[in-house]
Write a protein that binds this ligand. Structure first.
Ligand code: AKB
Length: 314
């Protein structure tokens, strides 16, 4: 069944690929973001929408009448630490504005959470679905508060809201912006262009990661799963885990003279608070989640696609 789908924050790393995929499946998609992106050509209608502008949001939703909304607009972890109160406003007030409209217009909602909800007191290996959650970053605090909010709206108003705790996402189509895990995309561009990369994380800073195709497929599968199989407010969602050093060793198999050096900055302190690996057995059990891409497959695709993309742009 095709649907009317509104994407808020469509010009970001995940939004760009969600638009492409949902449009490709025959849905009527309206892509929106806070400004006109210079580097993305949407195959769908596009409108400017600021999630903090309630009147504008209301009128776009009243006119488009979506069956489903993907609310992807957010400030990511590293940028959020530079503008904590603004990040809180965008991440939380933006979500509340969308939730209030979900009550009124009764659309189904997707909202992204993150591994950043976990903090230094959380067990780092195979982090369970339910565990100690004491985030110290403003991004992590906003994501965890968001999880509580969506669960409140689900139970209080009977809304259909679904959510995933995304790991670092790796794609060659769109660049990430302002995250702690962005190194795992930048490294490929630098490896191809300059055969060297200065990494802002420590060499052994292992983090949970996922190839974007898995993330998009998983997100759409979650949204299409039967409502009564949804047991969690937001699901742990995992594929692979690796450190910068392990990633660079895999890149060296393709570019033997690639060199990585380490100059950890404040982002390494954020990453140090996050899990090394995630137990996503609830997602695997409740809606049959399975990842397809391992590290070697991911590296092979990233290097070949980015090389082609860079060649085209010169
Ligand atoms: C970030 O690094 O901020 C994001 C995330 C893990 O949510 N990629």
């Amino acid at each position: 069944m095709t649907q009317r789908i509104l994407i808020l924050g469509a010009a970001g790393q995940i939004g760009t690929e969600l638009v492409e995929s949902l449009h490709g499946q025959g849905n009527t998609v309206l892509a929106t973001d806070i400004k006109q992106p210079s580097d993305v050509n949407f195959p769908t209608d596009y409108e400017i929408v600021d999630v903090l502008d309630r009147d504008r949001l209301h009128s776009v939703i009243a006119k488009f009448k979506p069956d489903v909304v993907y609310h992807m607009a957010a400030i990511l972890s590293a940028t959020a630490e530079k503008i904590p109160l603004k990040a809180w406003e965008i991440n939380m007030q933006g979500l509340i504005n969308v939730l209030e409209l979900a009550r009124k217009f009764e659309f189904k909602l997707f909202w992204p959470s993150s591994i950043a909800i976990f903090g230094p007191t959380t067990p780092k290996d195979n982090t369970p679905q339910h565990t100690i959650v004491e985030p110290l970053t403003i991004y992590g605090i906003s994501k965890y508060a968001g999880e509580r909010f969506i669960d409140y709206y689900k139970h209080r108003y009977g809304l259909d809201i679904r959510s995933l705790r995304y790991p670092g996402l790796i794609s060659w189509k769109a660049m990430p912006g302002g995250g702690t895990t962005d190194y795992a995309v930048e490294i490929f561009y630098e490896a191809i262009k300059n055969k060297r990369y200065v990494c802002y994380l420590s060499s052994d800073r292992t983090l949970p990661m996922m190839y974007m195709d898995d993330a998009i497929r998983g997100t759409i599968e979650l949204m299409n799963a039967p409502k009564d199989s949804m047991k969690e407010a937001s699901y742990n969602f995992a594929a692979i885990s690796f450190s910068p050093e392990e990633l660079s060793q895999e890149i060296k198999k393709h570019i033997p003279d690639f060199e990585i050096t380490y100059d950890p900055d404040e982002r390494d302190e954020l990453a140090a608070q996050w899990p090394r690996s995630i137990d996503d057995s609830a997602a695997r059990k409740d809606w049959n989640w399975q990842h397809r891409y391992d590290l070697s497959k991911l590296v092979e695709i990233m290097l070949s696609q980015i090389a082609k993309k860079l060649e085209k742009s010169t």
